[in-house]
Design a protein around this ligand. Structure first.
Ligand code: MN
Length: 137
């Protein structure tokens, strides 16, 4: 882990892969893991209607909402609205999804750690429109 400042202009924003996301989603790597750290920090911007597929994180995930209004659902629980300033704590191996609201964008920081195999997420099936458009609790 080299001491340095990673300048804003030196990072690339990429379109999040359609295999794991629905809608237009932009992914910026703020920090990629460097041993001995296993921390990964990403800024993810979801346009209205955009969301992750269902997925799990082997060692959990923390989301911090930077702007906008979004949705989050832990399997077996109601859909919840999340807004700028909210922190979402997602336990290890819990099936969930997160994304924008149907009519609003949402940008969050995602903080996760890799497991012993270097893997931070296991991707599953897309979130149905029926699940996505549930009225939040
Ligand atoms: Mn997640």
């Amino acid at each position: 882990m080299e001491p340095r400042i990673i300048r804003a202009g030196d990072r690339q924003t990429k379109v999040a892969p359609a295999d794991n996301f629905v809608g237009q989603v932009l992914h910026e790597s703020v920090f990629a893991p460097e041993a001995p750290s296993r921390l990964r920090v990403s800024r993810v911007t979801f346009t209205p209607g955009g969301r992750t597929n269902w997925h799990t994180h082997a060692v959990g995930q923390i989301l911090y909402v930077l702007s906008g209004s979004g949705r989050y659902q832990l399997e077996g629980h109601p859909v919840e609205e999340i807004n700028a300033g909210d922190t979402v704590v997602i336990p290890p191996d819990a099936r969930h999804w997160h994304g924008a609201a149907p009519d609003s964008m949402m940008c969050h920081l995602a903080l996760s750690e890799s497991d012993d195999q270097g893997k931070a997420a296991t991707w599953l099936e897309p979130v149905s429109d029926e699940d996505f458009t549930q009225e939040p609790a």
